[in-house]
Design a protein around this ligand. Structure first.
Ligand code: C2E
Ligand code: MG
Ligand code: MG
Length: 562
């Protein structure tokens, strides 16, 4: 039976423990008064491993029960040696069972503190949990992305309304390239410090990845946050001093109000990212609120996205593909189709892809959906190839898929699994892919083409760098956006532009597909430009696979119009 600890001994244990606890956030401490065998353990350890309390008599025996059976004897012997005075410390690794039954690898280091006469008084040390990721950013000292998600989850769980802002430094990559990483790092540290001192306290300030920071506030409303951002922005615009340099920075920012939502942290993050991206791409860095929609139906919109996002992990429930025919521009015979993604459920009906793909694109789940799209489209294409042997299926890619290091392997695996001939697959990339590193993009495209897969540039002409893209990347096909041919029947300029585009594509050895053919008038005019293929409502709207199959069975040339 243990001896009950005195008040004074407990007070001393507590004050020592607190002095001791000021260590890194992923290291947890324990301190034992050996006379009473009475210990205090970090709260985090108690919660993670489901220990009975922060204060324990005979903690070693309690802890031993959590240690993996294979590691238990070593732990037992080690602790025995400490408590019998044979050893003055211990340093070991073992696996300890968490409250959810999983094991975490831990390193435990402790020492014995003795009286002058050698009588042991305290045994104290730290347990480092290697399975737990640090929530502190090493560069700025702010909470990092893990800390951000952990706090966000807690706000959602407690239904605590908060405003979340994301701000970042534009062109940090260029700054790193021109001045070196050291300067880039100092800028980030300065930025973090400035945010903490001027916008919020440490607890609500985070450094996410790269150049982006976030704050979570339960006090300020959107207007106040937007005002603060303007202060921040003009401060950095004037330029800040790093070493001997005066560097002027442009910022981007997005924000979102979280109310009593039935959503998860990833959905919130995707929406926030979307607002930030919009600020960067289309608003020259002005603060974009996810809320400032005409519909004002912020809540519904986020909940809808949440439902769509969740369906990815529910076996892609609600997702399906429709196929829009692609015809030979001269003969108007069906030569392929483009797979287009749809989602529907009872509550929201059919949701067109433009409403959810831009949000999901940045989501870690998206590549999984992308693989499902590719496999589903290929399997449907196999059915069509029985009737049209030369059939090519076009599948849209998002830049987030291509960014993954194993992306080409994903493609080869799908092709192998389905036994599909690679030259019948055409992957469409949009100009958004210019967000990727050009060298990476080039490597991906070259690798795909070397394996026989075709690659098309979608929506040509809608971005900033269309010509640059086709000059530096080897595309098989250039798809001209329908925006360039809408008025071609009346507009001379559109005709000249189209001429220009087809010339350009020819120079780089690519075929041309014109999207958005809606009338026979358009077809007649565009046919004179020697383009390779057509797509548009004039031939067909996107169809369910059964409908397309039926049409094809009726006769492969059925898309030829009068
Ligand atoms: P996109 O790849 O350029 O697809 C063409 C879009 O134009 C389709 O819209 C199609 O229905 C529409 N369209 C075709 N012909 C006509 C026409 O004659 N007139 C008009 N007004 N529109 C026409 P949709 O299906 O709404 O897709 C929109 C965009 O969503 C696509 O543009 C593509 O960027 C993206 N998307 C669709 N499916 C996927 C997918 O599976 N993965 C990825 N990453 N993006 C997708
Ligand atoms: Mg497309
Ligand atoms: Mg397109």
């Amino acid at each position: 039976m243990e001896k009950e600890i005195t008040q004074e001994a407990k007070r001393r244990l507590d004050s020592l423990f607190e002095a001791f606890s000021i260590v890194g956030d992923d290291t947890h401490v324990f301190l034992c008064n050996m006379q009473y065998d009475y210990s205090r353990w970090s709260k985090k350890l108690v919660e993670t491993f489901g220990l009975p309390s922060e204060y324990m008599y005979n903690a070693a025996a309690v802890w031993e029960k959590h240690i993996h059976p294979d590691d238990r004897k070593a732990y037992h012997d080690g602790m025995n040696a400490v408590f019998t005075g044979k050893l003055l410390g211990h340093d070991m690794q073992y696996r300890a069972k968490r409250v959810d039954g999983e094991y975490d690898l831990c390193t435990c280091r402790g020492i014995v503190v003795s009286y002058a006469d050698g009588q042991p008084l305290y045994f104290g040390g730290a347990i480092r949990n290697h399975s737990q990721r640090s929530q502190i950013d090493a560069l700025t000292g702010l909470r990092n992305q893990y800390g951000f998600f952990s706090d966000l989850q807690s706000h959602i769980l407690n239904k605590r309304p908060v405003r979340i802002g994301m701000a970042g430094i534009g062109k940090l990559t260029e700054i790193n390239e021109v001045y070196g990483y050291n300067v880039g790092n100092k800028l980030l540290q300065y930025f973090g410090r400035y945010l903490m001192d001027n916008v919020t306290d440490r607890s609500g300030t985070y450094r996410l990845d790269g150049s982006r920071f976030a704050i979570i506030s339960d006090k300020r409303d959107e207007k106040e946050l937007a005002d603060l951002y303007e202060v921040l922005r003009s401060h950095f615009r004037k330029g800040i001093k790093v070493d001997d340099l005066q560097i002027m920075l442009e910022l981007n920012a997005g924000m979102l109000s979280l109310e009593d939502f039935n959503v998860d942290d990833q959905t919130v993050y995707s929406c926030l990212n979307f607002a930030y991206d919009e600020s960067k791409r289309n608003r020259h860095g002005d603060m974009v609120s996810f809320h400032n929609e005409l519909t004002d139906d912020n809540r519904k919109r986020i909940e809808k996205l949440h439902t769509i996002r969740s369906s990815i992990s529910q076996d892609f429930r609600g997702f399906y593909l429709v196929y829009q025919p692609v015809v030979n521009a001269e003969t108007e015979e069906l030569i392929g189709a483009e797979a287009l993604l749809r989602w529907k459920n009872e509550e929201y009906g059919v949701v067109p892809p433009d409403l959810f793909i831009p949000f999901l694109e940045m989501d870690p789940l998206f590549p999984e959906l992308g693989e499902w799209i590719m496999e589903t489209a290929i399997k449907d294409a196999q059915k069509l190839m029985q009737y049209i042997p030369g059939f090519v299926i076009n599948v849209n890619l998002s830049y987030a898929q291509m960014e993954k290091t194993d992306f080409t392997n994903v493609v080869w695996n799908v092709i192998r699994r389905t036994g599909f001939p690679s030259k019948h697959l055409c992957l469409e990339v949009t100009e958004r892919c210019r967000l990727l590193d050009m060298e990476l993009l080039n490597n991906v495209i070259v690798a795909l083409r070397a394996g026989g897969v075709r690659v098309a540039l979608d929506d040509f002409g809608t971005g900033f760098s269309s010509i640059g893209l086709i000059k530096s990347l080897p595309f098989d096909t250039i798809k001209i956006d329908r925006g360039f041919v809408l008025e071609i029947e009346q507009d001379e300029k559109e005709k000249r532009l189209l001429n220009c585009f087809t010339d350009l594509a020819g120079t780089f050895g690519a075929n041309v597909c014109v999207e958005g053919i809606e009338t026979c008038g358009m077809r007649d005019i565009i046919q004179d430009y020697g383009v390779h293929s057509f797509q548009g409502y004039y031939y067909s709207k996107p169809l369910a696979i059964e409908n397309l199959l039926n049409k094809v069975k009726e006769g492969a040339g059925c898309f030829k119009q009068l």
